[in-house]
Design a binder for this molecule. Structure first.
Ligand code: SF4
Length: 404
């Protein structure tokens, strides 16, 4: 059955992957390579071409667009990109897809940001800092070559420079982390001008130095009970400070929810550019290759081909997407995704939205799963929605398994 909602949906969210870091943190498995000026320039030229290719694809009917509502520079370390390059990219995006005047434009940043006022002048109105912890001994364990103090200074400079929305990432479940460490971090960040906090549990990713160090030494990591206490402490402390959890791993002050990430959790369409970026367009998930040079090769060759196409039927072909089509999300899969992703939100999945999107009744479609999870105290049906209970938040993975 065709996923008609996704096929018709307008794309208003753009993600751009910046694949450079000054060094590799010990736990990280995101795609990034060492920063070099020559590679940065090549990446920049590749992004300009990929913007043009995607726009031609949209003009030729491969997917529908409207002026962008959110743009998100993620990485890697996007704050390594000079404002002059960001300006050229944002200018081209504005002249092609268009950017709404009230768009959320986020840049992920590591401490040591130089020219915050120039970023603000470009329209970047949200900075998301990778703080992780305010305990320098834990930052050293993570292999982060920065201090909490440097990050705090940047947060204050960002506020002074007029950045409207400041976010930080924190981590729990770190080797050697105690409740006292976490309490100190939460007490500090809730006093800063920060409107959005993400809190992630450490995962030991294959191929990282952490996998070698801790892969077969779980005894060196906090126990499950301690990690749950940490999660509870985060929720309690943030709520007390007026920063309300709205997703399993995210909390914000009222009105400061991440509009970009809401697109993912609402299973809406988005365009992703750059090596390792993913897109969800017209019900098809595509992934760009996680290699700067292979991605560049592909973009350059498509750009050359696209420049030589004169025949209209060829213009409608696949030849504008460097990414590989990884999955066609049909209607059956789309219904599950709406529930799986939507249950991450504390507001849950709305029956009205489900009906509008899928022309089906949520409570009928998943009657068996809902009744089973409700009886286990993991899911709470409301008048017009279903959502996780407090226990369901702790055992979310068990809930998600029921919908896969
Ligand atoms: S700065 Fe971020 S992306 Fe870069 S290595 Fe560290 S965690 Fe990974």
């Amino acid at each position: 059955m065709q996923n008609t909602f996704a096929a018709r949906q307008r794309v208003t969210a753009l993600y751009i992957h910046v694949p450079f870091c000054l060094h590799k943190c010990h736990y990280c498995d995101f795609y990034s390579i060492p920063f070099e000026d020559a590679s940065l320039q090549q990446w920049h030229q590749g992004i300009l071409k990929e913007i043009k290719l995607s726009y031609i694809a949209a003009v030729n009917g491969a997917f529908y667009t409207s002026p962008l509502h959110t743009i998100y520079y993620g990485g890697g370390t996007p704050s390594l990109v000079p404002p002059s390059l960001l300006s050229e990219q944002l200018g081209l995006i504005s002249n092609t897809f268009g950017i709404r005047t009230d768009a959320e434009i986020t840049l992920e940043a590591n401490p040591g940001l130089k020219d915050i006022s120039s970023l603000r002048a470009l329209g970047i109105n949200r900075l998301s800092f990778g703080l992780q912890s305010t305990s320098d001994h834990l930052l050293r364990v993570l292999g982060r070559r920065t201090t909490a103090d440097a990050c705090i200074k940047d947060v204050l400079r960002a506020e002074k420079a007029g950045i409207d929305r400041i976010a930080v990432d924190l981590m729990i479940g770190l080797p050697g982390q105690t409740l006292a460490d976490l309490r100190e971090t939460l007490s500090l960040v809730t006093k800063l001008p920060i409107g959005h906090i993400s809190y992630y549990s450490l995962t030991i990713a294959a191929g990282t130095p952490f996998a070698l160090r801790y892969g077969d030494r779980p005894d060196l990591l906090p126990t499950e009970e301690l990690e749950r206490e940490m999660y509870d402490l985060v929720l309690y402390s943030l709520e007390n400070a007026g920063i309300f959890p709205y997703e399993i791993s995210n909390a914000s002050r009222r009105g400061e929810e991440s509009r970009h990430n809401l697109v993912y959790w609402q299973a809406d369409s988005y365009l992703g550019l750059g090596p390792a970026a993913h897109s969800y367009l017209g019900g098809v998930r595509r992934g760009n290759i996680a290699s700067l040079f292979k991605w560049l090769e592909r973009v350059n060759s498509l750009y050359l081909t696209a420049s030589n196409i004169t025949d209209k039927s060829e213009r409608q072909s696949e030849c504008f997407f460097p990414g590989t089509a990884e999955e066609i999300v049909d209607e059956v899969a789309a219904r599950k995704e709406t529930v799986l992703l939507g249950l991450r939100l504390l507001s849950g999945v709305s029956s009205r939205n489900f009906r509008k999107r899928h022309c089906a009744e949520l409570t009928q479609e998943f009657a068996e799963q809902i009744s089973k999870l409700q009886s286990r105290g993991l899911l709470q049906p409301e008048a017009d929605s279903i959502r996780l209970t407090r226990l369901g938040l702790d055992l979310a993975n068990q809930v998600f398994l029921e919908f896969i």
